[in-house]
Write a new protein. Structure first.
Length: 552
């Protein structure tokens, strides 16, 4: 091949070594040709060194990424999370591991762990308990007096004089009567004509919650309470009833739950209307396993979508079951809503965020959690850039704590005066830090997430009543997640819908300060006879102040 013949791309692709591509017209002078060859060799060596450096850099980033993943996995399995420190457990898989009132100091302290030994911690708890005083038993509890008298032969004074009563010492014990099971006999008087000329008249039976069952309203209230408030599976409640001599199959209990859910539907509709009246809504979702889901294997995931909001004096917690995690679900649930929507960064909310009239907010707790994870993978005992992010975000939360009890107007003023400058400092730090951080690292992931949603993260400063994070919704979802650990799954879609209805009602009752079991008793007794809309509306939790739990 002549020296001036171009080398084909196919020939170059077979060699891993630099290929010298000579110009079509070669210099005739040997010195110039040698210089040209050396120049090309130097250029190829430079390019090769750059490629090697890029490969080494990429390999180092991948190694660091794997190390971070290993540290995070080890911490999830064996570490102490901020919620485990507060006996909450790891209940949800997003920013709900951060309590609403935690600070950046709390987060980093939980990550870096405490230097105290378990013995030191236990001693501190013991000392605190020893120094404390026992709380008095509630005054509204029924008192049963048990009088202990001195034996008659001991009531004579050594001087021979009979003793007289001069006082008494009273101590109280808390006592519990086990569940009492009884049978309600509905005796309906029948009257007839003495001459049998006309049909007899029988007293009407008051409307019952489940007319074709033998379950009373109070039994149904207990059933819903133990499952949806106490998290007890129906199989376990079946055993509890059997211990009291009552044999009710769990299949029957399940039918009663589903029937109760249908009965309570009108209340759910009114609560949903109240939710949409609020200025903002929190929204989140968690998994739910439904065994008999059409066209899905029993092990697949369905979802419970949770919304919280409503008017300030009428808070609402709403659960909705759906087989899908698609973005069409929130669009359907919020089709009549116009206002602010607070969520995490899940892309399933992007579609509803594009709806006219809905202003999308992103949760700061989720951003903070990512930087907390970046702190966790740093070398032990060393401060890094992730610590700086946690500190800067902590300033935003401190401002929120300082104006916790302020009016909306006062809170808006504080946000304008303090939060916006703090956000500007944080944004400047993010802009300067992001270019020098590997995108796949924990810190890079956190920075990219914050940059992606920055415009929605800062919108809470527009109004005084807007929330900074989605913790309210994540706190509301915890009872469901805790209960799911006990009953594990729903058998059918009807059961899942009933669970969503009843969880919505009992959690809304709790949000309004109403004791949910007593509220369920009232509702299941009165709702079957309610005909007019105002009669149903009168049973909403915020319309029954007499059922509110007394403070203290």
């Amino acid at each position: 091949m002549p020296l001036n013949t171009p080398i084909s791309s196919a020939a170059t692709s077979k060699s891993r070594h630099p290929v010298f591509v000579l110009p079509s017209v070669l210099p005739t002078d040997v010195t110039e040709l040698t210089a040209l060859l050396y120049a090309q060799q130097a250029a190829h060596e430079t390019e090769l060194n750059r490629a090697i450096a890029a490969i080494e850099r990429e390999a180092q980033e991948k190694i660091q990424h794997l190390i971070e993943q290993m540290i995070q996995a080890r911490h999830r399995m064996f570490g102490v999370s901020s919620e485990q420190l507060t006996a909450q457990g790891r209940l949800f898989d997003e920013a709900e591991t951060l309590a609403a009132d935690t600070t950046e100091t709390d987060d980093v302290a939980a990550i870096r762990a405490t230097e105290e030994s378990p013995a030191d911690t236990n001693n501190k708890k013991t000392d605190k308990a020893a120094r404390g005083k026992r709380s008095p038993l509630p005054a509204e509890l029924k008192r049963i007096d048990i009088v202990h008298d001195v034996p008659e032969q001991e009531r004579t004074c050594p001087c021979g004089t009979p003793m007289i009563v001069i006082g008494e010492e009273i101590s109280e014990q808390l006592d519990i009567i086990p569940m009492q099971v009884q049978v309600l006999r509905h005796i309906r008087k029948r009257y007839g004509c003495p001459g049998s000329l006309h049909a007899p008249v029988t007293a009407a039976l008051p409307p019952q919650p489940l007319p074709k069952s033998n379950a009373s309203a109070d039994l149904l209230a207990m059933l819903l309470a133990v499952k949806f408030i106490d998290g007890m599976p129906l199989a376990r409640f079946e055993i509890v009833l059997a211990r009291h001599g009552i044999r009710i199959p769990r299949q029957t209990l399940a039918r009663w739950v589903i029937g109760s859910g249908k009965l309570l539907q009108p209340l759910l509709n009114l609560i949903r209307d109240s939710l949409l009246e609020g200025p903002f809504i929190h929204m989140d979702e968690t998994v739910l396993q439904v065994l008999k889901e059409p066209d899905k294997p029993p092990t697949s995931n369905s979802y419970m979508w949770v919304q919280t909001g409503g008017l300030p004096d009428k808070p609402v917690v709403l659960f909705d079951y759906d087989p899908s995690r698609s973005g069409d679900v929130p669009v359907s649930l919020l089709q009549d809503y116009r206002g602010y929507l607070m969520t995490d960064g899940y892309e399933g909310y992007a579609k509803v965020a594009r709806t006219d009239g809905i202003e999308h907010l992103i949760c700061w707790a989720h951003v903070r959690r990512r930087f907390v994870e970046a702190v966790r993978v740093q070398p032990k005992g060393k401060q890094g850039r992730a610590d700086e992010a946690v500190r800067l975000i902590g300033k935003l939360y401190k401002i929120e704590r300082d104006c916790k009890d302020a009016t909306d107007a006062q809170r808006l003023l504080m946000r304008q005066q303090h939060s916006i400058p703090a956000l500007n400092v944080l944004h400047e730090w993010m802009t300067q830090t992001l270019p020098g951080v590997a995108p796949s690292s924990a810190l890079g992931t956190a920075l990219s997430y914050m940059k992606k949603y920055w415009s929605r993260l800062t919108r809470y400063t527009e109004r005084g009543e807007l929330p900074i994070d989605n913790n309210k919704c994540e706190n509301a979802i915890r009872p469901f997640v805790v209960g799911r650990k006990g009953w594990l799954f729903s058998d059918t879609q009807a059961g899942a819908h009933a669970s969503a209805t009843i969880y919505s009602l009992v959690q809304t009752a709790k949000a309004n300060g109403v004791e949910p079991y007593n509220w369920l008793r009232r509702v299941l007794r009165d709702l079957p006879a309610a005909q007019a809309p105002e009669q149903i509306e009168a049973l909403l939790p915020w319309n029954l102040p007499e059922l509110k739990v007394k403070a203290g």
